[in-house]
Every structure is written in C-alpha cells, then in structure tokens.
Design a binder for this molecule. Structure first.
Ligand code: ATP
Length: 625
C-alpha cells in the first residue's frame, strides 16, 4: 500500500515485540529506557489537541487504548500466550520433583522414581528453553510491528490535522512524542511479558502450588500478594503525575534546543546567547527537580514492595521451620515448599517493578492518543464524494466569514468569483487576510459562515487529493528540502523528468543561476534552503509549482523577494502561461496589475474592486498600501 493509499483509504494497523531475557539471574530490574511518562499538554499547545487536561483515567485503561495496534497480530499473540502457559506450567511443576526426589526416591528408596523424575526434569528444561526461544522471537516481532504501526499512524495523522494544530503546537513537543513517548511505550511493551505477564502467571501458579504442597504454609504465603501491591498502588498516582510533569519539562528542553539551532543567525547578531543559555539552564533545572521527584517516587514504590516481600520471607522461613520442628509438616514438604515460595516472591517483585514502567508508558500512551484523536481536516469535513479532475467554470467564495481563534474577525463577508482561465489579483495590506483566502481555495480551512465552491460543489465535499492535483502553489514562506535543487523542483511532480524540471526552472528565471553552480542542479539546497538567497528560493519554489503544469496556479507574494527586473521577467512568463490556466495572485505590490483580468482589494475583511488600475499611486493611497 502506498502512502497515498494510506491517506485516502485509511490506515490499517499492524503489531510489535519485546526482547528481554526472562532470566532472573541478573536480579529483578525492569529496563527503563526513557523515564518519560505521562501525558503532557502544556497550556500553550492550544485547543487543537483532543485532551489537554490531566486525565483521571487509570494508567492501565490508557494503555489498553492502544491495544488495537495488536489486533492484527492476534494469531501470533495467541501462540505467544500458549507457549507462555506451557513454560509456566512446566516451570511451576519442577518443585514437585523435589518432593518426589526426597520423599519417594531418597527416603522411600525408589530408584525408578529417581530416573523418571530426572528424565522429566531434563525434558521440561529443554521444553521451557525451546518454547521460550520461539516465544521471544514471536513477541519481539509483534511488539516491533505494533510500535512501527503506531509510529506510522502518528506520522500520517500529523499530515492530516488541521493547520491550526501547527500554529498552536511547539515543534519540540511533537518531536518528543516520536522520541521519548514512543520509546517509553516500546520499553513497556517489550517488558510486558518478561516483567509483567510472565511473573504474574508464575505467581498465580506458584500460589496454587503452595496450597497443594501444604495449605497452612500456602495460606501464610498468600499474604505476599497484598504486601507486594500495597506500595505500588499507593505510589502509582504520584509516579504517574511526576512522569507527566517530567514530560512537559522534557518537551520544553527539546523546544529550547530546537529554537536555538533554528535561530542561530539571530541569536549571534542580537547577542542573545546569554539569555538563551539562562532560559535553557532554567529548563534543565526544572527537569532535574521533576526527574528527581519521579526517581524517588519510583524507588519508594519499588522499595515498599521489596521490603514487604523480604519481611514475609523471613516470617515464612521461621514459621515453616517451627511447623517442621513440631512435626506439623514433613521435612520434604518444607524443602519442596521453600523454592516455589522464593520463586513466588521474586515473581511478584518483578511485577511490582513493572509498575513505574507501566505508569510512564501510560503517560506516553496518553500523549500519543491525544495526537491521534486530534481531528483531521478530512474527518471534520465528513464524506467527500467528489473528485473532480478539472475546473470547468469557476471557484466561488460566497459571503465568507472567518476568524482565527482569539482574533477579531479576519474575513467579514468575502465574495469573489474566479472564472476558469482568468488571472485574478487580490491586493491588501499586510495582515488583511490574503493568505487566509488562499487557504480556503486550497480546501485547508472551513469558513464559520458562507461557502467556497468549485463548479458549484462545496469545497468540503471535494476530495483534497483531487483538488490539490489541479493546483500549483508558491507559498509566502518558501520551503526547500535538504536535498538537491533538482529534487526540490521535482517535489512538485515526482514523476517529472529532469528535462521537465529544467524547463520549469527556465520559466521561473532560475535556470541560469542553477547552471552556474559548481554542482548545477545537483547542488544541495541546505536545511530549509539555507544555502540560497530568498529570491533564489522563491524562484525554485515557482519552478516547483510550474513543473506540475497546474490548471490553477496560486501565488502568495511569489515575487516579493525579487528585484524589479527579475520580477518583470517572471510576470511576463506568467502572461505566456495564462493560456487555459487559472491564476490567483495575492500581493501587496502594485506591479503587473494591468495584465490581470480582475483586481480586488481586501479591506476590513471584505473584497472591493480595485479603484483605478490606471493610477497606481492614487489607488494605493485609497486602499491604504
Ligand atoms: N493560525 C493563525 N492563528 C491566529 N491568527 C492567525 C493565524 N494565521 C494568520 N493569523 C492572523 O490572521 C490575519 C490574516 O493573516 P494572513 O496571513 O491571511 O494575512 P495576509 O494578508 O496574507 O498578510 P501578509 O501580507 O502580511 O502576508 C493576520 O492578522 C494574522 O496575524
């Protein structure tokens, strides 16, 4: 399935794995990748997230919210569980052998029992090892796939959320969801079987076994359950809250790093490195405090469990010895009892140590779900049954009203008809809402009142991929990718041949410049085009729009960074390209208006005809330019 199919046909989930040895030789300690934990929405993230408030949902329930990523791998998971049960049953049965060995074979002098028990022990060990190896492979596979699916869906979802989301979200915060949050989840998933399910099942079987061996000792041994879980349950809320705060602080640190890298020119020229350093130090200090709190809470959580378990071990050893001393249990039964009891203790210790990992993963799951639940533009628009391939008559903006959140009205009854094959110029002061109008034509926003139609079809009924396939656009903020200039142009139409890309560059008046570069079209544009001037970037962006040979060409201040001569040449090129093409240019410059079929002015949120193309200076004054 191509990415495009995933976008349009919806995403199908896959699955993951975990790769921890079940060996307890190293002592119980859950792998803790990132300490990051629970959902963290800073208030500055704005209202586009599905949930900004601390959740009262239990950590376990939040984690279950991501269970759907495992659904596609049910068969493999079933095999994993089957193998796990087999291992645990065999593992739990091993202590019985001690009873047989001591009571029947040694004390009862029965050599046959000795051989049978020995054979069963060896067979059981081989079975456990083989089943464990297969289980490890399958579970690692399933876990890795589930995390991969989650990562992919997160990425795809981010391509589809409302643009408003990006206006209200810090880059560092989004990136941290891909890094620390997914890592925390991965750690928890990987550790789930060896540190969660497996020891829990072992503990359940172990408890049953203890009862079978001796109900009196078994009854005392069951005390271990509440003793183990009391502390973790008590500290879980605090651990989750501290993890949540830590996540916020981590995202702030990441944002500070990202900003200081992106704004290096500004920081150096304005001598801002001192203040940036102070701010960063402050962020690190807060992160230190919250990390310490989280670490301490998790350590109390673990210690409360391990302390209780050790105490109970001592009590049980003494009472077991006392029972044996008074002949209330056999020595064989006591000898058979102690290993499973110690196993039970360690199993529960493992489970208790899984709590911090689970709490952290739960927070991360919440942060990931918050993004996945952020409405996408398409999902808000509902059904989009129309996929036109050609503009037949016109695009109409009818009584369009719109206001960005927290702003006064930006558009206040905009009416405009853009007829097929015409050249429309929208003039207006800076901030008047010209780019906003283009976003409506691109189907990227919906008006609060009024409508935008394409050949009479409401924009929200038109599939965005179909709409965008008709459009070429030069955005006001030119963005170039860190790849060759040729590739940057071909982004407009990935199947364009190099010759077609070069032809587009010629039309955009940038071919000569590119050809003169040592590496020509293979020159790397640099991060966000940092190796090129503003005007050069703008012309490459124009070439990228032209290589699509679009029916509709949208230009947002597309010549603002050009010198008058180059701008005049490009305007001339646009004249040549007008045939059969619909062009909309928004600008606050008055050059090239005479060539346009209609010129309108955006003022006070409405469009008015341009007063007098014949006398630009008078007109400019009239419209406040
Ligand atoms: N995501 C946003 N959230 C809130 N306000 C916004 C957002 N985007 C734009 N605005 C505001 O809406 C107004 C119109 O913005 P727009 O970019 O459409 O103006 P413009 O006419 O294209 O300006 P310019 O000529 O300076 O590019 C501005 O006042 C701007 O501050």
């Amino acid at each position: 399935m191509t990415n495009k199919q995933k976008f349009t046909e919806g995403f199908k989930f896959g699955k993951t794995q975990a790769t921890y040895s079940n060996s307890k030789l190293a002592g119980p300690k859950v792998p803790q990748g990132s300490q990051a934990a629970r959902g963290s929405y800073s208030s500055s993230l704005g209202p586009t997230f599905a949930g900004n408030e601390p959740s009262s949902e239990s950590p376990l329930l939040v984690l279950l919210g991501l269970g759907r990523y495992f659904k596609n791998y049910k068969v493999r998971l079933g095999i994993v569980l089957g193998l796990l049960f087999t291992e645990i049953i065999v593992y739990s049965a091993i202590p019985f052998s001690f009873k047989f060995l001591i009571d029947e074979a040694l004390i009862g002098k029965n050599e046959t029992v000795l051989y049978i028990t020995g054979a069963l022990l060896i067979g059981g060990t081989i079975l456990i090892t083989a089943a464990g190896t297969v289980r490890d492979y399958l579970y690692n596979w399933v876990s890795a796939r589930a995390i991969r699916d989650m990562r992919e869906e997160l990425f795809i979802h981010l391509q589809r959320v409302n643009l408003d989301f990006y206006a209200n979200t810090r880059l560092g915060d989004v990136l941290s969801r891909f890094s620390t949050d997914l890592t925390a989840l991965e750690n928890a998933v990987l550790a789930l079987i060896p540190w969660g399910i497996s020891p829990l099942l072992e503990a359940i079987f172990g408890t049953a076994l203890l009862f079978a061996l001796d109900w009196k000792l078994g009854a005392i041994a069951t005390l271990i359950w509440p003793i183990t879980f009391l502390g973790p349950v008590f500290f879980s809320t605090r651990s989750t809250a501290a993890s949540y705060e830590r996540k916020i602080e981590e995202a702030k640190v990441l944002t500070a790093v990202e900003e200081s890298i992106s704004a290096q020119n500004l920081i150096r020229v304005y001598d801002l490195d001192g203040s940036f350093w102070e701010k960063f130090k402050g962020n690190c200090e807060k992160l230190f405090h919250v990390s310490l709190r989280l670490g301490l809470t998790n350590s109390y959580l673990e210690r409360s469990a391990s302390g209780g378990i050790l105490l109970l071990q001592a009590v049980l050893l003494i009472s077991g010895a006392w029972f044996a001393f008074h002949g209330m249990v056999s020595v064989g039964a006591l000898a058979a009892f102690l290993p499973p009891f110690l196993n039970l203790s360690y199993s529960l210790l493992y489970v208790s140590q899984y709590f911090p990992t689970m709490n952290q993963a739960s927070g991360s799951a919440r942060r990931i779900l918050e993004i996945l639940r952020t409405p996408t533009f398409e999902s808000e628009g509902g059904e989009r049954p129309f996929a036109p391939s050609e503009l037949q008559n016109s695009i109409k903006l009818e009584d369009l009203h719109f206001r960005y959140k927290g702003r006064t009205k930006n558009l206040n009854g905009v009416n405009l008809e853009i007829k097929k094959g015409t050249y429309t110029v929208i003039l207006g002061q800076s901030g008047s809402g010209k780019s906003t109008i283009l976003k409506f034509i691109l189907g990227m926003m919906e008006p609060s009142q009024g409508k935008v139609t394409l050949d009479g079809i409401a924009m929200e009924k038109i599939r965005l991929d179909a709409l965008h396939s008709m459009i070429g656009i030069v955005f006001q903020d030119t963005f170039l990718f860190h790849t060759s200039i040729l590739e940057n142009i071909r982004m407009g139409r990935p199947d364009a041949t190099p010759e077609e890309a070069i032809e587009a560059a010629k039309l955009a008046e940038i071919h000569e410049f590119i050809s003169a570069l040592p590496d020509g079209y293979e020159t790397i544009a640099g991060d966000k085009g940092s190796k090129l001037s503003g005007g050069e970037k703008q012309r490459i962006a124009l070439a990228r729009a032209l290589v699509r040979n679009p029916q509709i060409l949208l230009l947002d201040e597309a010549t603002s960074a050009l010198d008058p001569i180059t701008e005049a040449r490009i305007l001339k090129t646009l004249q040549k390209l007008r045939e059969g093409r619909t062009i909309v240019s928004v600008t606050h410059r008055l050059t090239g208006l005479h060539a346009a079929d209609q010129v309108v002015v955006l003022k006070n949120g409405t469009l008015e005809p341009y007063p007098s193309p014949e006398n630009d200076s008078l007109s400019a004054a009239a419209i406040g330019l």
